[in-house]
Design a binder for this molecule. Structure first.
Ligand code: SAM
Length: 329
């Protein structure tokens, strides 16, 4: 079931695609507080953000590049082949705020004009800040605009021995209009019954629709999906959000975009995307990841396939420092 109508049918200035019918696909380097006010009004029917969680740490990951070699390698693998292992920095960002709400809320407020009147907003947090942000968003948008708190439960990593190990994130879903929003119930994926013996064979084979508790593994450490960017979220979570809460041809906004998971989920399901991140390493990774969709890069320079260009005014990460702010209107 789809609740909500196409916004362009009511004549609002929404253009998911340009005049040639090409979906909007943009990656923008910059502080979202500066970029968001420059974006067009009412272009996104879905916004998903995964801001820093205020863990008080510097989020950092290094990636390994393993290449086979004839030379003396540091690792010997299957069949006695030698492998060279190189550490590649994948960027880092600070995740510590004295006043997290004062950081986040004005940025969400700045994003609201970018949304269509029937849009959904997803805010991905964890136990550090979710309760404070829930209260602040209820005040900003109205309690009746709150739809769900989705619990993403996973089971990975160290287990605390002096408290229950925290193995879930919290994703708040708000709608701009509680009477008019997109919820593609029929497009939902099915999950196995916990006790298939208690339902008919047909039901057990079909599976059941998910609830507000989503069991999903973290990004597999050695899988193809892994970009190496710290705190990368699983594509499976974003695929579900994009599929159920937007329509093909829509544009999805993520203004804490990191490695571009939202962009990949959007592009693979026929949606456009606008991704913003202030970290040059993030937009570089997102550009490489989304190269096949040929996104426009704004505020930074990337090669045709996302590869680094020869250094001119670039830093260690290979990204241009020119602060070209987009004129997107
Ligand atoms: C938790 S990560 C997002 C990870 C992303 N969901 C993914 O799957 O890769 C948060 C991102 O917010 C970015 N960020 C923090 N403050 C920002 C700001 N003021 N403007 C734009 N991006 C910001 C950080 O650089 C970081 O990449």
């Amino acid at each position: 079931m789809t609740v909500g109508s196409r916004i362009d049918s009511v004549g609002l200035p929404f253009r998911a695609a340009n005049s040639y019918g090409v979906l909007m696909k943009r990656i923008i380097l910059g502080d979202n507080a500066v970029v968001l006010p420059t974006l067009p009004r009412g272009f996104a029917r879905l916004a998903y953000i995964d801001p820093p969680f205020n863990t008080g740490k510097i989020q950092k990951r290094d990636r390994m590049r393993v290449t086979s070699t004839d030379a003396e390698g540091v690792r010997t693998g299957f069949g006695g082949r030698r492998y060279e292992v190189q550490k590649i920095a994948s960027g880092s960002y600070t995740d510590s705020f004295d006043d997290f709400q004062a950081f986040l809320l004005p940025r969400i407020e700045a994003a609201i004009p970018c949304l269509t009147p029937d849009a959904s907003l997803f805010v991905h947090l964890d136990y550090h800040e979710v309760h404070y942000v829930k209260v602040a968003l209820d005040r900003l948008l109205g309690r009746e605009h709150f739809m769900n708190e989705i619990i993403w439960a996973y089971d990975y990593g160290a287990r605390s021995k002096n408290r229950w190990p925290a193995k879930h994130d919290n994703i708040l879903w708000y709608v701009m209009n509680p009477d008019d929003y997109v919820f593609n119930f029929d497009d939902m994926d099915r999950i196995p019954y916990m006790a298939p013996g208690l339902v008919t064979k047909e039901k057990a084979e079909k599976g059941k629709t998910p609830t507000d508790v989503w069991w999903h593994t973290i990004v597999p450490t050695n899988g193809r999906e892994k970009t190496g960017y710290p705190t990368q979220k699983p594509l499976g979570i974003l695929n579900r959000i994009v599929k159920i809460h937007s329509l093909p041809g829509d544009t999805v906004l993520d203004f804490f975009a990191g490695s571009g998971t939202t962009g990949e989920a959007a592009a693979r399901q026929g949606r456009g995307f606008v991704l913003i991140d202030q970290n040059p390493a993030a937009v570089t990774i997102a550009r490489q990841r989304l190269a096949e969709f040929r996104p426009e890069c704004i505020g930074f320079v990337a090669g045709p396939q996302g590869e680094r260009l020869p250094p001119t005014d670039r830093g260690d990460d290979g990204v241009s420092r020119q602060e070209v702010l987009p004129q997107l209107r």
